[in-house]
Design a protein. Structure first.
Length: 318
């Protein structure tokens, strides 16, 4: 059964009627194709109207949709001969970050992705996509591997943020994230990051310190979640809609600000309604970026990445 968001209730009612009519038609000789086609057209129009004027808070809901493709889905769809690599060689394995070696459309590469899981058991296994320090140290190890073998680094960002538990803090969460960002700025290989859902705080930047940052149309990328921002500024999470607008966390806002480089359009009704089409479009964007960056030498790649981040905040603020 499809999961509907709060603002999709009118669409849910229409699609429910369509499903009932199709069930009736399948069960007998009744031909209701014309009525189904009429209702389907009405549902498509309503879906288009709804998704062309989403608020920032509604985009947050879409970015968190449980049926949205996650990193594991992108790895399965886009990466051939994927060989997972585990552990940080210091403390342990963190399954909130998937990583390893593989081939993307003929290009050997190192791949990293934050994985949320798709049901309760897998979400617990992957800690709801919130990495601990060992996850970020595993990411550092794979970044160094990419550098050593001169392989492009491809990352998929989808996290509410780094895990804020006491154990993670005791094991150096902030230091692990900072080292990831520092190492990302030093790499002399192409780095391409795609925000496929949530890009939350430093936990996202650790995997998004890239030459090319791509965002899906209805994904979000922010220094803090709207709920966290509202709790700090208004002392109440109920102000999350105002916080979402103030944070300017949508792909459209961030492209204007120069924080990201490219927006990948999503199918009608967002990525969860067209998973294969979405993943293919992301693959095309990554391939285009790889072709452009592959012509640059290591020094130029490093300098370009550094200049890109130093220039952030100087565009679109007027």
């Amino acid at each position: 059964m499809r999961h509907y968001l709060d603002f999709e209730k009118p669409i849910a009612e229409l699609e429910g009627k369509i499903e009932e009519l199709r069930h009736l038609s399948d069960g007998g000789e009744l031909n209701i194709a014309d009525e189904v086609a009429r209702l389907q057209g009405k549902a498509d129009r309503l879906l288009r109207q709804t998704y062309t004027k989403l608020s920032a808070w509604q985009k947050c809901q879409v970015a968190r949709h449980p049926e949205r493709p996650h990193s594991a889905d992108y790895l399965a769809a886009l990466i051939e001969d994927f060989v997972p690599l585990a552990g940080d060689r210091l403390y342990g394995e963190d399954r909130a970050i998937l990583g390893g070696l593989g081939r993307f459309r003929g290009h050997s590469c190192v791949v990293l992705g934050q994985e949320k899981g798709h049901d309760m058991q897998s979400r617990v296994t992957h800690n709801f996509g919130m990495p601990r320090p060992e996850g970020y140290r595993k990411a550092q190890r794979l970044m160094q591997l990419a550098e050593r073998f001169k392989l492009p680094l491809v990352t998929f960002v989808d996290t509410a943020g780094a895990y804020p538990g006491i154990g993670a803090e005791e094991r150096g969460q902030a230091e692990a994230i900072a080292r990831c960002i520092e190492l990302g700025l030093q790499l002399r290989v192409p780095v391409i990051a795609t925000v496929i859902g949530e890009g939350g705080s430093g936990g996202a930047i650790a995997l998004a310190t890239a030459n090319r940052v791509i965002m899906l149309e209805h994904s979000i990328y922010s220094v803090i979640s709207p709920e966290g921002c509202a709790s700090i500024l208004w002392r109440s999470a109920e102000q999350n809609q105002e916080a979402a607008e103030a944070l300017r966390l949508t792909a459209q806002d961030l492209e204007k600000l120069g924080v990201i480089d490219q927006i990948v359009p999503e199918p009608l009704g967002a990525a969860h309604r067209g998973r294969d089409k979405t993943m293919a479009a992301v693959g095309d964007a990554i391939e285009e970026a790889l072709q452009a960056l592959g012509r640059l030498d290591g020094g130029t790649l490093k300098a370009q990445r550094r200049d890109k981040f130093l220039a952030m905040g100087q565009k679109g603020l007027g």
